[in-house]
Design a protein around this ligand. Structure first.
Ligand SMILES: Nc1ncnc2c1ncn2[C@@H]1O[C@H](COP(=O)(O)OP(=O)(O)OP(=O)(O)O)[C@@H](O)[C@H]1O
Length: 362
């Protein structure tokens, strides 16, 4: 064991023209998304971490050393306390859900069990499915069983490689709340490979963006999404993600108030939003306009005082991206370069953000 917490992953390897070369220091808990185009090396990185792909490097997970500097392989995969969930699950077809789940659980010595059978079945909503055979499960249910089975081996690291990509849109939506519950409750780190911005915005705490075998951006989701240079390449859909809590419902106007670290926003009060509930919000850059004074004689109700942090001019011809801070929370506003010029705004200046639209990420 070494003293450092978090995940240290440094690897280099190559196949023909493709080379992986990464040096990462990742959080020791929460969900880190590995994001990037097909072929950028996400799966290869996961395989290096798991010990399935030999590569020069270092791998440490919360102080446990799996591969030492100078080694090209390190501990073999069966000696690494990790679980791996793939796109296509491979449940034992002749065993019920319960017996599939018990398979890994029984093989983990009692003293090493971190997650109880009841806990895993509750988090993944499986209690009513325990007696079913795998052939009678939907794709989403099969994936939930696969994740629970992985957790019941009490891993120190959970690797998930595009676990939703074989599912249809509805099954993806259905499984999301279970993945959110894991993100919020599991104490072990999860690495989640995806090339879906919707999944990443909803689930990730931290992001690693890859391109051609290298890391091009890495950091907390909120910070990465709020970069003016948009490593996500989202252009029209550039925007920030906020974690917020519903603090009040206003039934007269059918609105509810969502508090975040730098202020609050009002949004439409859907039936299922309750006071105290935590939600994730998205505010698009194209939905924020700026004013030098508080404009109350107009229809936009969400007005936030913020400080200009950075201006990136002409991110595309005639368009500029302004990064703002409301408290410590970053926002982006996409304006015409002429508007930025006419307002004569500069970093450090206070302005009013007029937020035209706020969406719940789901
Ligand atoms: N065993 C191998 N032998 C030769 N080339 C390989 C091998 N494994 C991966 N590659 C190549 O390495 C590159 C990275 O592949 P990898 O599967 O890691 O990408 P990815 O980002 O996970 O892609 P996808 O999103 O399509 O799954 C690709 O060009 C792939 O063809």
């Amino acid at each position: 064991m070494t003293g450092s917490s978090g995940i240290q992953a440094r690897f280099s390897c190559h196949f023909g023209a493709f080379a992986l070369d990464v040096d990462l220091d990742l959080p020791g808990s929460g969900l880190t998304a590995l994001f990037g185009h097909s072929g950028c090396g996400k799966t290869t990185l996961l395989r290096c971490m798991a010990g399935l792909q030999a590569a020069e490097g270092i791998m440490r997970v919360n102080g446990d050393e799996w591969q030492r500097e100078g080694e090209s392989g390190g501990r073999p995969v069966h000696q690494r306390p990790l679980a791996y969930v793939f796109q296509e699950t491979s449940l034992f077809p002749h065993l019920s859900v319960k017996r599939n789940l018990m398979y890994g659980y029984r093989r983990t010595p009692k003293s090493e069990r971190q997650i109880s059978f009841d806990q895993a079945t509750e988090w993944l909503g499986l209690s009513h499915l325990l007696e079913r055979m795998p052939e009678k499960l939907s794709g989403g249910e099969r994936q939930r069983v696969a994740i629970a089975r992985a957790l019941l081996t009490s891993p120190r690291l959970l690797l998930m490689d595009e676990p939703l990509s074989a599912l249809d849109q509805q099954s993806k939506q259905e499984i999301m709340p279970y993945l959110e519950a894991l993100r919020d409750n599991l104490s072990i780190p999860m690495l989640y490979v995806s090339h879906s911005t919707a999944e990443v915005s909803r689930l990730a705490d931290h992001i690693v963006m890859m391109d051609k075998g290298r890391v091009v951006a890495e950091g907390p989701l909120q910070q990465i999404m709020a970069r003016t240079d948009q490593p996500f390449g989202l252009e029209d859909d550039a925007g920030v993600i906020l974690d917020a809590t519903i603090s009040e419902r206003d039934d007269q106007w059918h609105l509810c108030r969502a508090d975040f670290a730098g202020g609050h926003l009002w949004l439409r009060a859907d039936e299922d939003l309750a006071t105290g509930q935590r939600i994730r919000l998205q505010v698009l850059a194209k939905d924020i306009s700026l004013a030098l004074s508080e404009q109350t004689d107009q229809s936009i109700q969400n007005l936030l005082l913020a400080t200009v942090d950075e201006i990136a001019s002409n991110v595309s011809p005639g368009t500029s991206m302004v990064r703002l801070l409301a408290g410590q929370t970053p926002f982006l506003s996409r304006l015409t370069t002429r508007a930025v010029h006419n307002l004569a705004i500069a970093p450090g200046q206070q302005v009013w953000m007029q937020v035209k639209s706020v969406a719940i990420v789901d």
